[in-house]
Write a protein of this length. Sequence first.
Length: 197
Amino acid sequence: MNGLYKYIFAGHRVLSYYYNAKGCMFATGSTQENAKISQKMKVQFWAIGKAHETYVKEGTDLFTKRISNYFGVNWQIIPMPKNAGAMQEDQLKAQEGEAILQLLKKEDYLVLLDERGKQLNSEDLAVFVQQRANESTRSLVFLIGGAYGVSDEVVKRANFKWSLSKLVFPHQLVRLMLAEQFYRACSIMRNEKYHHS
């Protein structure tokens, strides 16, 4: 990846940034200051449903472990209501929504994966994550909703709505895609070799 490095002097600190070929700016992670930013922000991946299926678990575990080199990270699987099969769509979304809102903390920055959300390419996602870190976001939560989406209350609570694609994917597969794309964003932020623009 071709680009330009720039060093910004801020008092006694030297902050290092990298401008890629498209002009996107990222902290390179080569200074103690940038390391502190990464350590402060925790990343959480939330999904409604069952535990990771076998075909998803291996890849999801791999990318989650890689992400842990940049940010504290964990998965939280929110179980569906016990009688979900007998519920109407609105009832199910309402109950799932209540569970989500109870788990969320005031300081959580909620990114809702929603087909009606904004689409980002990989470099856009890297910029988005870097901005959250620079703004001292303590907890960045990515939420994959249930089979029917999420309640209106959860939509209103979301700080950002992100569409992975206009295509429809199985919810289990979205978990793997989310983990891989977030790791890709981290590699872009550090100007590493994983991503090829």
